[in-house]
Design a protein around this ligand. Structure first.
Ligand code: ASP
Length: 337
């Protein structure tokens, strides 16, 4: 009898034991980044310049992925990748930002936590070295979502963020582009802010961490020749940035006015949440139909809680990259992946 009971206990317990040893589902930690969309066709950059872009995108992917791989939070991964691109002079964010019509650099940024729907944003800052860090401080250390201009800088100072002279952001190639735009404006009697045959250059990242949390962040110098305190989509939650663990995380780049009017980031996540679309289908609808139909251009990176992602744009190209356990991809032009 005792043997029977022991055997019975063993057989009944066996499936439970087997279950116990089954590996828990592993979240496919992933980071996706962009360095701006726009008129990017092969030949636009010299091989050296192109290699430098690709190397910097790889570096940003590695920095973000290292955070995720060691069990760090999606928010930290997003911040790490964006800080690297803000510090790189080739992107239109942080150092290397484009100039306003008055020859200034005015920076916008935002970040969002998909687990809590907390968000932080800053607009029109001129002295904060890494606007993405300030956006995060707004999210975590204030009761508000967005600070602008002087108030944002006061908050940065109070929270110990690194401040720099406005001249820190200036680069020769952006200054030359600004001078060219001024000249073209005079000659053509046309508002140079409306010349859209350039690349946007905003930077952004979306990440999924081992806990299954999503985060998104975006940072920019805005559109070249912008004027009178213009604020684009980048610091607008739901336009330039959105993250919700229930649907997806999005970071945008493109003609900001249209991204605001179409609430692009939120629309993509809403289509995923309410219509059951994949991130690819939702991004395709919003970029290739809604944005396209209004005659505007740009792109998005989108990441879902299951690790599926989209890098969708209707401009000629978009600096972009993705890294997960299986792949590390960097691409610039259309049809490259
Ligand atoms: N979306 C940005 C803006 O309108 C520009 C960019 O993507 O580079 O400010």
């Amino acid at each position: 009898m005792r043997i029977f009971l022991t055997l019975a206990a063993f057989f009944f317990a066996a499936p439970a034991m087997a279950e116990h040893h089954e590996a828990a589902p592993v979240t496919p930690v992933t980071i996706v980044i962009h360095g701006g969309a726009g008129a990017l066709a092969p030949g636009r950059y010299s091989p050296e310049e192109e290699a430098a872009f690709r190397a910097k995108l790889n570096e940003a992917l590695d920095a973000g992925y290292a955070v995720l791989e060691s069990g760090g939070a999606a928010l930290d991964a997003v911040e790490a990748a964006i800080v690297l691109m803000e510090d790189a002079p080739m992107f239109n964010a942080g150092k290397g930002a484009v100039f306003t019509r008055k020859g200034k650099n005015e920076l916008d940024s935002s970040i969002m936590d998909g687990a809590t729907l907390n968000a932080g944003a800053v607009a029109g800052v001129t002295r904060v070295k890494n606007p993405i860090k300030l956006a995060r401080a707004v999210m975590e250390k204030s009761d508000h979502v967005m600070f602008a201009r002087d108030g944002a800088e006061k908050f940065a100072r109070e929270n110990g963020l690194e401040l720099v002279k406005p001249s820190y952001f200036k680069t020769e190639h952006r200054w030359k582009a600004y001078k060219r735009a001024l000249k073209a404006e005079k000659e053509n009697q046309k508002d140079a802010a409306l010349f859209h045959d350039f690349k946007y250059g905003t930077v952004g990242a979306v990440a999924l961490d081992a806990e299954g949390n999503l985060a998104a962040g975006t940072s920019t110098g805005g559109m070249m020749m912008k004027r009178y305190g213009r604020v684009g989509d980048t610091p607008i939650i739901g336009a330039g940035t959105f993250a919700d663990n229930k649907s997806c995380a999005v970071s945008s780049t493109g003609w900001g006015e249209y991204f605001i009017r179409l609430t692009i980031a939120r629309d993509i996540c809403a289509q995923v949440e309410y219509q059951g679309k994949t991130v690819e289908e939702a991004a395709d609808d919003v970029i290739h139909h809604r944005l396209q139909d209004m005659g505007a251009d740009g792109g998005v990176i989108v990441l879902a809680p299951d690790g599926s992602y989209a890098m969708t744009f209707n401009s000629k190209g978009m600096f972009r990259g993705v890294k997960n356990a299986e792949e590390q991809i960097i691409a610039i032009y259309g049809e490259e992946e």
